[in-house]
Design a protein around this ligand. Structure first.
Ligand code: FES
Ligand SMILES: [Fe+2]
Length: 438
């Protein structure tokens, strides 16, 4: 019996890839391929909730930033009443880019082509030659900027292009338990320490998303200098103890590295710690106390990392938080946005120290960043070669291991932290979207 011709090789590849993930394999091709990139734009970034901005980046009426959601450039602005909006950064007249700056403050945006003018809430309010030229045929209320659905969690503003996609709350699910470990640093929460570092890299966004979903495996190798030179306080053995926690069916995952010698809540100012404990639930405080390093990814392309870093080798160190967004700018190419988050209620001295630690480690010239991108750029380059088209990578570490039933947080928690479980969950969710099933 003959089989029917394969009418859609990419769909067949997605099906095979999804099967492979269940068996602990993932294809190299996924990390740099024009067809896969195009399918991600069509099926994933058009439906998932994607991070746009932190509310503290636009605290005042009129403040705005421009960001991407998939391949769409958006203006994310706070209007005169204080509400946050996201609109396509495109004039409705002939499609000119409305706002050419990455950030600023404006009550209105005026197009540089024919002069149409919009309020920061998106309404069209100015059309040159309106009466004489359009003779009542153009109603301004019908031609506002194209609006994008937005929702927030603890100051994080997300956007979603699909009107029928579930709410942000449902999308994040139980991962908010772990997001709070980065965001609830005292009753004032966190704020950005200035604008993000922003750069381009010849790297596929998925490599970064996977690495930050809890790749504790690479740390003692790629970042060995830090152990050798004493920049990682109380790091103990090479590969961390701790947990890999994933939210099954959602794609989110976090690695919680535990070092017995590292003091609970170490690296934060003493006067903040009591307020942090009150702000977190007892279960969250328990997880926090046992965590030295927390590195997690909100599916698809937003990550967080919290870890201690010694500004002077051998000293106890300061714990900092970085938040990073991987914008897929093309096949095997991305724009990175990287922020330092600091507790709003902390002293300026601690905020500046945390920012210094962040900059030395994860700023665009940061030592960790250099280590990582050296590897990630090479992975991306390898993935584009013709021989790689049928090559898979193994994702079998920790396969079949039982969850830790005593772990106090939600989701699927396994030990040790060095594990592929989070990555299988991440790529499984990615496969759902690419198959059109999410
Ligand atoms: S393209 Fe903006 S006013 Fe014509
Ligand atoms: Fe790294």
């Amino acid at each position: 019996m003959s089989t029917p011709p394969d009418t859609d090789p990419l769909a067949a590849w997605v099906d095979r890839t999804r099967e492979g993930i269940g068996e602990g394999r993932f294809p190299a091709r996924a990390f740099n391929d024009p067809a896969v990139h195009a399918l991600e734009q069509e099926r994933l970034f058009s439906r998932a909730w994607c991070f746009l901005a932190h509310e503290s980046e636009i605290p005042e009426p009129g403040d705005y930033v421009t960001r991407y959601l998939g391949n769409n450039n958006l203006i994310v602005a706070r209007d005169e009443e204080g509400a946050v909006h996201a609109h396509l950064n495109m004039c409705r007249h002939r499609g000119n880019v409305m706002c050419k700056a990455e950030m600023g403050n404006a009550s209105h945006f005026r197009c540089s082509y024919h002069g149409w003018t919009y309020k920061n809430s998106g309404e069209l309010i100015g059309v040159p030659y309106l009466k004489e030229g359009y003779q009542e045929r153009l109603k301004r209320k019908d031609w506002g900027l194209v609006r994008v659905r937005v929702a927030s969690y603890e100051g994080l503003v997300f956007g979603c292009l699909a009107p029928d996609a579930p709410s942000l709350e449902e999308y994040l699910g139980d991962f908010t338990f772990y997001l709070d470990l980065y965001l609830k640093h005292g009753s004032g929460g966190v704020e950005v320490h200035g604008p993000p570092d922003h750069w381009t890299a010849e790297t596929d966004w998925k490599i970064c998303a996977e690495n930050f979903a809890g790749d504790g495996y690479h740390t003692p190798v790629a970042h060995q200098w830090g152990f050798n030179l004493g920049y990682f306080p109380s790091s103990g053995s090479t590969h961390s103890q701790g947990w890999a926690v994933s939210i099954p069916g959602r794609g989110h995952g976090i690695g919680l590295g535990h070092s017995p010698a590292f003091p609970p809540f170490g690296g934060f100012p003493d006067d903040l710690v009591e307020d942090m404990k009150r702000t977190l639930s007892p279960e969250q405080a328990e997880v926090f106390a046992r965590t030295r390093t927390a590195v997690g990814t909100v599916f698809p392309n937003l990550s967080f990392l919290m870890q201690p870093f010694s500004l002077v080798p051998g000293e106890p160190g300061v714990r900092f938080v970085t938040m990073r967004l991987y914008h897929p700018a093309g096949p095997g190419r991305m724009e990175m946005y990287s922020w330092c988050l600091v507790p709003r209620d902390a002293s300026q001295e601690y905020k500046d120290q945390a920012y210094r630690a962040y900059t030395l480690a994860f700023g665009q010239a940061g030592t960790f960043e250099q280590d990582d991108f050296e590897n990630w750029t090479k992975v991306t380059r390898s993935a584009a070669s013709t021989m790689v088209r049928d090559v898979d990578f193994p994702y079998v570490m920790g396969m079949g291991s039982d969850p830790d039933r005593d772990f106090p947080g939600p989701g699927h928690a396994v030990v040790p932290y060095v594990n592929d479980t989070n990555f299988r969950n991440l790529w499984s969710r990615w496969g759902d979207y690419l198959a059109g099933e999410a």
